[in-house]
Ligand binder design. Structure first.
Ligand code: 5RP
Length: 230
């Protein structure tokens, strides 16, 4: 594979830095997306070089397919009592390390996997760092049954912002729709998360609050650094 440049190199460098937190014997959660894909590939190389005994749970069909192609042993999430660590990407990361995720429509399983993990390590290129969440459209996964009704309830919560059902029709791995909410700026993420959670038909939203242990940020110059919670 040719060596990546620009943002792609930042993603790979962040993924490589996350490998430094991996030890033999660990149970790992594997996130989803192009940055998480780098981690899966690099993890597979390290596992074969060092003959590491690591077992993983995947957070999407895409990641499952890649991990199996790379020879990484997978088990269903339910086989694990706890995972030692999950490594995942993000669409936005604020100074408190709160996140918007779900650009790939996988945030339901990603959140279940992250919540089952002792630590959540986020890997990203530096474009994902933001002062305030909300420029990236917030994904809200909803049940297909009564989806227009649920979308009206979401509109009552988020106010006068554009809502779009993603794709035509694109279902998630779990067979649900995703509504993208173009918030612009989220002033009170915990209040928004609670209000969305209270709507029947909302399966999961893409706000990951108070879940991230550390964020590893890669730059286009091939360096990476750790961002700690402000
Ligand atoms: C998928 C996600 C991804 O982690 C997020 O969209 C980041 O993706 P990428 O690494 O390709 O930028 O939340 O649901």
């Amino acid at each position: 594979m040719t060596e990546p440049t620009g943002a792609e190199l930042g993603k790979k460098t962040a993924a490589a830095m996350a490998l430094g937190h991996v030890q033999g014997g660990m149970a790992l959660g594997l996130g989803s997306g192009s940055t998480a894909d780098w981690f899966v590939r690099l993890l597979s190389e390290r596992m074969s070089q060092e003959n590491l005994d690591i077992t993983c749970a995947a957070s999407s069909k895409r990641t499952e397919t890649l991990a199996l192609e790379c020879g990484i042993p997978l088990r269903p999430l339910d086989d694990f009592d706890r995972l030692d660590m999950t490594v995942d990407g993000a669409d936005e990361i604020d100074p408190k390390l709160d996140l918007i995720k779900g650009g790939g429509g996988c945030h339901l399983i990603e959140k279940i996997v992250a919540a089952a993990s002792d630590t959540l390590v986020i890997i990203a290129d530096e474009s994902k760092l933001v002062p305030v969440l909300g420029a990236f459209p917030l994904p809200v996964e909803i049940a297909t049954l009564g989806w227009e009704t649920t979308m009206r309830r979401i509109a009552e919560v988020v106010g006068d912002v554009p809502l779009e059902r993603r794709g035509a029709p694109v279902l998630t791995d779990e067979g649900n729709y995703v509504i993208d909410c173009r918030m612009g700026r989220i002033e009170d993420a915990p209040a928004l998360a609670s209000a969305l959670n209270a709507i029947p038909g909302v399966v999961e939203h893409g706000l990951f609050l108070n879940m991230t242990s550390r964020a590893l940020i890669g730059s286009a110059d091939g360096t990476a650094h750790e961002v700690l919670r402000a």
